[in-house]
Structure formats: structure tokens, C-alpha cells
Design a protein around this ligand. Structure first.
Ligand code: PBG
Ligand code: ZN
Length: 327
């Protein structure tokens, strides 16, 4: 097949030709929409570094979740900002904690919506680290015990999927065993398997006030230079019983998404994180890029890299675009 006999442009001449040979498409079914829940009622406080995203009280969060469901999004993932923080993050596993109440409220309003909830302690500890500290170091196994309590409390509130995000060793086993022992064998686990120590989480940490007071997360999140290690992390989580494998962030790690999707036969989620959202919004705001094209092209790229689902702050916007035009 050589020029001039083969001319690839023949198949690109019109939109209908292009539709026929398009290999990757976007649909509302691809998305999970993240929502931030804060105490109070009637609250919808804009997050300055994430224009268009809000810190919601439970009532307003339920409205936003319902609006997402109405544009065809199958799932939301909830993050909680508690009333008070302490050294161990004990608000995380309270039966009447902010996330537990939020889970009940969404399931009540929209039982069909898949409700996922992030399970970590950095939003709940006064020091901002992802678990219990001993002499300034994260105590992995002691933190796992609290994680186990936390996911069981989410399950009791009716969560569909727990999403442990602390990159603690053994976190999937800790979740699966505690869930099963408490009779929640139908609650799925989405493991933040390959989560990199990334500068792209900046806006998120502003939103939930979880920047570590001292130090950083390089001791448990992955080094940005590594991909073989990501595959090791993923195989551990698969062996431990994860139902969904996540790679995070997405854009600087498209090769990792590809490598994981070539290697494992599991549903793969990519987290299109806060800094990735903020960059597009900032450039679009300045008129330097075309928001619609860049958002859709970015999301398509994340799917093309091999992800099955995309956790994205752009999810509702993308669904509105998809309602008027195919991608
Ligand atoms: C930890 C958590 C983080 C994100 C999701 N879960 C932040 C971190 O590790 O500091 C980041 C999400 C984003 O940037 O959009 N609970
Ligand atoms: Zn954390």
C-alpha cells in the first residue's frame, strides 16, 4: 500500500467518513465526576484554582450529583472536608461523618447513580498526611487498621465503590477483608494503584485543605520516573482483589495508562486531576486555547491511551458538548 495507489486522505474527506473510521469515541458513560463535600447547608463555595468547581454542602452536592446523572454520567466520587481534623483523622470513620452522610443523601436521591468515595486521611488529619504518623513517618500498618474502619463505615452508609487513595502497602487487602467480614462483599474497590507524587494535585489540596504541614508524600506516592514499578503496584492490587485499577494523574502518564492496559485485564480508570483541569481552564479563560476542542481532545487522548473510565472535573461539561456533537 503506497502512494499514489493508497491515499489516506480519501477517508478523511467528510465528517461522515471520519466518523466511520474513528477508533476511539467519547460518551457520557466514560466519566466519573468528583465532588467535594463540606459541612453546613446551602453552601456552594467556588474553588478559586478550579473555576466552575465548588465546595458543596451535602444538599448542594446532591443537586450537582443529580445534574451529572441527568447529563448521563453513571458515577460520582466523593471527597469530604470534615468539621474538625485531629492527629489520626478519626472523623473519617464516624458513622455520621460528612462522607457517610453524603453517601446516604446521594443514594437516597439517585439510587441508580454509582457512588464512589475516596478513602484516605489527608483531608482528616491536622498534619495533612495520609495516615498515622510515628516520629514523623507514616505508620503503614497502623494506618491500614483505620482505613479498614473507614471503608466499612462507607459501606454501611451504602457506598458502591470505595477508593483507597493513600498508596499504603496492603491497602486493597485491608479493604477487601474488612468489607467481607462485615458482610459487604458487593462493595467494589477502586485502587489508586499507580498514583504519582505529583505537582498536579495543587488545586485539589487547596480545595480540601490537605497540603502536608511538613514534608511531602514522596515516601508513599510513586516517583514520576517509574513505569515498571507502576506495573508491580498494579499486579499487587489485582492479586489483592481490586475491581478497578487507577492511574493518576493522567496527562503526564499516558504511557503508564497504556502499559497498564496492555498488561492487565481489568477495568482501568484514569484520574484527570485538578492541575490538569486548572491548566485548561486558565488558558481558555485567557482566550489562548479553544476550551471545547482542547477539553474533548484531552479526554479522547486519555481514553485512547487505554483507560476505560475517566475521573474528570470536566465530565459534566464534556457531556453537554457530546449532547450537541459527537466525539
Ligand atoms: C488523596 C487524594 C488526592 C487527590 C485525590 N485523592 C491528593 C493527594 O494525594 O494529595 C488528587 C486529586 C486531584 O488533584 O484532582 N486523598
Ligand atoms: Zn491521602
Amino acid at each position: 500500500m503506497n502512494y499514489p495507489d493508497y491515499r489516506p486522505r480519501r477517508m478523511r474527506r467528510t465528517e461522515n467518513f471520519r466518523r466511520m473510521i474513528r477508533e476511539t469515541r467519547l460518551s457520557p458513560s466514560d466519566f466519573v465526576y468528583p465532588l467535594f463535600v463540606v459541612p453546613g447547608s446551602g453552601v456552594a463555595k467556588p474553588i478559586p484554582s478550579m473555576p466552575g468547581q465548588f465546595n458543596y454542602s451535602i444538599d448542594k452536592m446532591v443537586d450537582a450529583a443529580a445534574a451529572a446523572a441527568d447529563v448521563g454520567i453513571p458515577a460520582v466520587i466523593l471527597f469530604g472536608v470534615p468539621e474538625k481534623k485531629d492527629a489520626v483523622g478519626s472523623e473519617a470513620w464516624k458513622d455520621n461523618g460528612i462522607i457517610q452522610k453524603a453517601i446516604r443523601a446521594v443514594k437516597k436521591a439517585r439510587p441508580e447513580l454509582v457512588v464512589m468515595a475516596d478513602a484516605c486521611f489527608c483531608e482528616y488529619t491536622d498534619h495533612g498526611h495520609c495516615g498515622i504518623l510515628h516520629d514523623g513517618e507514616l505508620d503503614n500498618d497502623a494506618s491500614l487498621e483505620n482505613l479498614a474502619r473507614t471503608v466499612v463505615s462507607y459501606a454501611k452508609a451504602g457506598v458502591d465503590v470505595v477508593a483507597p487513595s493513600g498508596m499504603l502497602d496492603g491497602f486493597v487487602t485491608a479493604c477487601r477483608e474488612s468489607l467481607d467480614e462485615d458482610g459487604h462483599d458487593q462493595v467494589a474497590i477502586m485502587a489508586y494503584s499507580a498514583k504519582y507524587a505529583s505537582g498536579y494535585y495543587g488545586p485539589f489540596r487547596d480545595a480540601v485543605d490537605s497540603t502536608p504541614q511538613e514534608g511531602d508524600r514522596r515516601g508513599h506516592q510513586m516517583d514520576p520516573g517509574n513505569v515498571a514499578e507502576a506495573l508491580r503496584e498494579v499486579s499487587l492490587d489485582v492479586a489483592e482483589g481490586a475491581d478497578i485499577i487507577m492511574v493518576k494523574p493522567a496527562l503526564a502518564y499516558l504511557d503508564v495508562i497504556r502499559a497498564v492496559s496492555d498488561e492487565v485485564n481489568m477495568p482501568i480508570a484514569a484520574y484527570n486531576v485538578s492541575g490538569e483541569y486548572a491548566m485548561i481552564e486558565a488558558a481558555a479563560e485567557k482566550g489562548w486555547i479553544d476550551r471545547e476542542r482542547v477539553v474533548m481532545e484531552t479526554l479522547l487522548g486519555i481514553r485512547r491511551a487505554g483507560s476505560d473510565m475517566i475521573i474528570s472535573y470536566h465530565a459534566p461539561y464534556a457531556c453537554k458538548v457530546l449532547a450537541k456533537q459527537r466525539w
